[in-house]
Design a binder for this molecule. Structure first.
Ligand code: PLP
Length: 452
């Protein structure tokens, strides 16, 4: 068995980590995560860590669920791989397609499988353009997305995403993708009433549609609740107004459900929580609770009818579209979510409890605001509550807080001055109390640093 130091040396010598300063990490050394159970991880030093990020927003059913392991083992032995290109299909992929049609909103009866959320969103770009081509409107190819949104790391995924630091590397976005501002009240609200602000933020979409020309706009894409952007929960008025605008101009709506899907927001899908009816839904992560890679796109009836009845060949797909082992794990995962009633657990029990616990954090001198939606939450750290002033960028307050979390056995992520969580949906109230006391301790330690 290798020591932590030996793992770190081998890691630094060969492994280029995603979204990482390679040189800095090589000097510092990775934290080596070796096992997990329920909502906890252990590192190579034997330290127990409460995983308030569900891995990377994905381990919805928690770690160590045997039914998923058994599904994978059974399928690996029986048929580890077969493709879906040769007018062929495997039972697990068919069963998963059927189950997805059952748990998604009623207008979704079809699915296109991919291997990840990024591949799902690449599929979206090609599929919406194909749809308008078939309808004889090939000039409708512009996709409107949002600044600070995250839709993946492939060329199309990173272009749809609105992270300027990603666009700066690799000459993005690709053509015909344009971004509007996000519905972030603390940045753009200027003291406005939140319900009013939701409508104002949605009106930026109409403005952009008219600038581009409605006959050139193919689709609007957004996360129901922006995740990687910092858990930005839009006012309840935002999405219904987006829906009204898209309907008015015949623009397709794509809901990126990669984080919000499979119970995270207290419904099966985030669009149900936020009150809109998309034409496409991208999913990944929670579909297998991250036990194995799988993603895809749910295709609503409006588009499916055209693609199936008039489309001809759709020249797109991945070796792993409908992978039998990944599909078998997804089926076991969805059945477990149903059996454990995790959607109801989030909606009626731990979701409201988290909202209450996060609201109580507003008493803390460092906390300017908190927001939650189901089991996603954000804590905004401010320098001066009374004046609502931010910390100067050079202090990087989020990273200071994240450091204390790491040191105290808690994984919480920092996005600028927002600390964010998305714990496993299996978390119970006692575990949430434990998480909250760790969060309070880390906020106190961060405050001590900030006032030193
Ligand atoms: N879309 C959203 C909303 C995401 O949060 C992510 C990943 O975090 C993706 C797409 C990309 O998914 P993947 O990393 O599986 O390619």
């Amino acid at each position: 068995k290798r020591s932590t130091r030996e793992w770190q040396q081998a890691d630094a010598a060969h492994f280029l980590h995603p979204f990482t300063d390679f040189g800095a990490l090589a000097k510092k050394g990775s934290r080596i995560i070796t096992k997990a159970e329920g909502i906890y991880l252990w590192d190579s030093e034997g330290k127990k860590i409460l995983d308030a990020m569900s891995g990377l927003w994905c381990v919805n059913v928690g770690y160590g669920q045997n039914s998923l392991v058994e599904a994978a083992t059974r399928q690996m032995k029986e048929l580890p791989f077969y493709n879906a290109f040769f007018q062929t299909a495997t039972p697990p992929a068919i069963e998963l397609a059927e189950l997805l049609a059952e748990v998604t909103p009623p207008n979704f009866q079809h699915v296109f499988f991919a291997g990840s959320g990024s591949e799902g969103n690449d599929t979206v770009v090609r599929m919406v353009r194909r749809y308008w081509d078939i309808l004889g409107q090939p000039e409708r190819k512009v996709i409107i997305s949002r600044k600070n949104g995250y839709h993946g790391s492939t060329m199309a995924g990173a272009s749809l995403g609105g992270m300027s630091y990603m666009h700066a590397q690799g000459g993005l976005p690709i053509p015909d993708i344009t971004h509007i501002d996000q519905p972030y009240w603390h940045e753009h609200g200027h003291g406005m009433d939140k319900a009013e602000f939701g409508k104002v933020a949605a009106s930026w979409l109409e403005k952009r549609i008219l600038e581009v020309g409605a006959d050139k706009v193919a689709a609007f894409i957004g996360e129901p609740v922006q995740g990687a952007g910092g858990v930005i929960v839009p006012p309840a008025t935002y999405w219904p107004e987006i829906q009204r605008i898209c309907d008015k101009y015949g623009v397709l709506i794509v809901s990126d459900e990669v984080i919000c899907g499979f119970g995270r927001t207290g419904n099966w899908f985030g669009c149900e929580t936020q009150g809109f009816k998309p034409d496409l839904m991208t999913f990944a992560k929670g579909v297998t609770s991250g036990y194995i890679p799988l993603g895809g796109v749910m295709v609503g009836d409006r588009m499916a009818k055209v693609l199936i009845e008039q489309g001809g060949d759709f020249n797109h797909g991945y070796t792993y579209s409908g992978h039998p082992v990944a599909s078998a794990v997804a089926v076991a995962n969805i059945k477990l979510i149903q059996q454990l009633k995790l959607v109801e657990h989030v909606r009626d029990d731990v979701g409201p409890y988290l909202a209450q616990q996060f609201a109580s954090l507003k008493d803390h001198p460092l906390v300017g605001d908190t927001e939650t939606c189901g089991l996603m939450g954000a804590i905004l750290l401010v320098k001066d509550k009374a004046k609502n002033t931010a910390f100067p960028a050079e202090i990087d307050i989020g990273m200071v807080c994240r450091g204390h979390c790491f040191g105290n056995g808690l994984i919480m992520r920092a996005v600028g001055d927002r600390m964010i969580i998305a714990p496993p949906l299996v978390m119970n109230r006692a575990q949430m109390d434990e998480m909250m006391s760790l969060i309070r301790r880390c906020l106190d330690l961060t405050l001590a640093d900030a006032t030193r």
